[in-house]
Design a binder for this molecule. Structure first.
Ligand code: AHR
Length: 655
């Protein structure tokens, strides 16, 4: 607090009153309350979190050499060793006048590597005629070509007529931001070599997994302290049509044998058209479950309910008839077995074979993404009839459609109550005004019905590029309403999570990256401040009018909520000043015993002078929280000042 602000507060300027009822411990804040939504949008998986650097590594895109440049004598073959990914290339004699036969991969917006870091190259290969042949593997920078090539390159001898996996670790002698991987046949020049599943990963992935995640991005997820991890989306669950829907069984087992599938986001927005955006499924359901475990979050898979994307398919024939849902329901049953079954079961055994004999402890599952209408309800009902009988221990999430209110929403909520869904997934991508008006959204929800999962939300502020501070501030304000209603809101996940600065389709997003670096947005810090200060139980907090502070008229743009941290005994008060002027605040700690008082506080502040301020690759720390410790002289009330446009988290210690 500045001296001038303090003076302002002390002069008795009308302070905003916050009356905290310390002795009325309320609803439990669920450990799942603040979580993560993950979808392969904006190159979030392939080209993003999934650390693979080679695009179309299995030659399975519809144009088999998309992402590759071929020269000399290269043939595409389709009788390879992996049944569900049968294509491969044959490098042969380049013929008279040609020096080399080879292929070059362009990566995802380039193949980027860092000086002196280690990269694991691997390829499945054979010499179809027998004998030996050599291939050379190089990382090249097309901008400087001659100068950069051959540094850290490797020559590999292919020595068998049978398919085998060959690996080599490459250590580049320079950083290349937008490089390429080049492989060519060295000798004998008359030889033929077959290549399949060409892969390049950093050795240093998250937790060192070979089929691993980008370390900086996974670390950012871990640092969020998420309570729940929702995957694999999003519209990805539906695809564009049933053929392109997400099928989890295609994403488990050996990575080489996982089919490639079109990513619906490659053409969803014509102004951001990415014809080379496919899903390798290298980041699949095993990896999602493992990542959930490693970042400490409950896994929350979302499954297709037998509907293709309802936006794009407005005819009943596009969906699975209600009497033919059995294979879809079986997928859900098998998924529970994959996650929780013991190693003697078919799917539990596969999980064990993949490296995780212990169950993943699945407790909650979503049926359908952002579905609507009677066509959703009748299908969900069929799923629930079977799932509830076979697996009553699992909680099931239904949908309230794509909108935060309106016709579909009003139809679906009572239907979800009728079907006894455990949670209802609400989605709202809304402008600033909406967020300012929604502080009391959950105050009057039915306390006996399904719980709320705010499963996709973000403030779409005006003037956004990546994601600006004002949008994040309003998300923080809105979230006080989630916390105050912890008895009815059990999970909330901001969306989307990731975006590549060159490959995004949708913004704002929470974490942005290029091939080498990443930066958190102000929204990331809001999520982190909530998730690291969730408390254990809600505490009543009201203004001088006896009502919760929801930014309502007469409340000076202040939103606030409070929780008790049962483990430390601290009172955690979150206050958001959305207004244009600083406000003196008096917090009254009601219900303390006579000799008790507040003796200190840890205060974390998220503020930017410019509401449109945002982080970027160039300025990753333009907006970030600051923490201070302050002593308080054993009081039952405390006065401070909250600056304009500021989010504060106060952790009060009591004596
Ligand atoms: O988060 C982006 C998209 O928004 C999701 O895929 C979809 O569920 C929603 O419409």
């Amino acid at each position: 607090m500045t001296a001038a602000s303090l003076a302002f507060a002390m002069q008795g300027a009308q302070a905003v009153e916050l009356n905290l009822q310390t002795n009325k411990v309320g609803a439990e804040v669920q450990p799942t309350m603040y979580g993560i939504f993950f979808e392969d949008i904006n190159y979030g998986a392939d080209g993003g979190l999934y650390a693979e650097k080679i695009k179309n590594r299995s030659f399975e895109f519809p144009q088999a050499l998309m992402g590759w440049q071929a020269y000399g004598n290269v043939k595409v073959m389709n009788d390879g060793p992996f049944e569900r990914a049968p294509h491969y290339v044959r490098l042969g004699d380049p013929g008279h006048g040609h020096k080399h036969t080879g292929i070059t991969n362009e990566g995802f917006f380039g193949v980027s590597v860092e000086k002196d870091a280690e990269y694991r190259f691997s390829v499945w290969a054979r010499v179809p005629q027998g004998g030996e042949a050599k291939i050379k593997v190089e990382l090249i920078d097309p901008k400087t070509m001659g100068e950069s090539q051959n540094k850290g390159d490797k020559t590999i001898t292919i020595d068998s007529k049978e398919w085998k996996k060959y690996t080599a670790v490459i250590t580049p002698s320079e950083t290349i931001k937008e490089g390429q991987l080049r492989i060519f046949l060295v000798k004998p020049e008359k030889a033929e070599v077959d290549l399949e599943h060409v892969s390049l990963f950093p050795v240093d992935t998250w937790k060192g997994h070979e089929n691993g995640m980008r370390k900086d991005l996974a670390q950012k997820l871990y640092d969020l302290h998420p309570g729940v991890f929702r995957f694999p989306g999003g519209c990805i669950v539906e695809g564009t049509d049933l053929d392109t829907r997400y099928q989890w069984k295609n994403t488990v087992g050996p990575v080489e044998n996982r089919p490639t599938i079109e990513n619906r986001w490659h053409y969803t927005f014509p102004h951001r058209f990415f014809p080379d955006y496919f899903q390798s499924n290298g980041l699949g359901f095993y990896e999602y479950f493992l990542l959930s475990e490693e970042i400490g979050a409950e896994p929350l898979p979302i499954l297709n309910v037998g509907l293709s994307c309802q936006y794009q398919n407005n005819v009943p024939e596009a969906h699975v008839p209600v009497d033919q849902l059995d294979p879809y329901i079986q997928d859900a049953l098998d998924l529970i077995e994959f996650a929780n079954g013991d190693v003697t079961t078919t799917w539990g055994k596969l999980r064990a074979d993949m490296g995780h004999p212990e169950p993943f402890n699945l407790k909650v599952m979503g049926i359908g993404n952002e579905q609507w209408g009677p066509e959703y309800v009748e299908r969900l009902e069929k799923f629930l009839q079977v799932l509830r009988k076979e697996h009553p221990e699992i909680k099931y999430v239904g949908s309230s459609g794509p909108n935060s209110e309106g016709k579909d929403f009003d139809y679906l909520w009572p239907e979800m109550t009728r079907l006894d869904a455990d949670l209802v997934d609400e989605h709202f991508y809304r402008p600033e005004k909406w967020f300012l008006e929604q502080g009391a959204r959950y105050d009057n929800y039915d306390r006996k019905g399904p719980k709320v999962f705010a499963g996709e939300y973000a403030c779409h502020g005006k003037g956004k590029k990546y994601n600006h501070f004002n949008a994040a501030l309003l998300e923080a304000a809105f979230m006080t309403g989630l916390e105050r209603n912890a008895d009815v809101v059990h999970m909330a996940t901001y969306a989307p999570l990731f975006a590549h600065v060159d490959g995004w389709q949708w913004r704002p997003d929470m974490i942005w990256f290029d091939n080498l670096e990443s930066f958190p947005t102000a929204s990331y810090y809001v999520q982190q401040l909530y998730a690291t200060n969730p408390g254990t139980n809600a505490l009543p907090l009201t203004g001088k009018d006896g009502k919760p502070l929801t930014g309502a008229e007469g409340q000076d743009g202040i939103f606030a909520s409070a929780v008790l941290d049962g483990a430390s005994g601290e009172y955690v008060v979150k206050v958001v000043n959305t207004g244009e002027t600083e406000q003196p605040l008096t917090i009254n700690f009601n219900g303390l015993k006579k000799k008790e008082g507040i003796v200190g506080a840890t205060v974390t502040t998220l503020h930017a002078d410019d509401p449109l301020a945002e982080n970027s690759l160039e300025k990753p720390n333009a907006v970030m929280p600051a923490m201070e410790r302050m002593a308080i002289d054993n009081r039952q009330d405390w006065t401070t000042v909250i600056p304009a446009k500021t989010f504060k988290v106060y952790r009060f210690q009591k004596k």
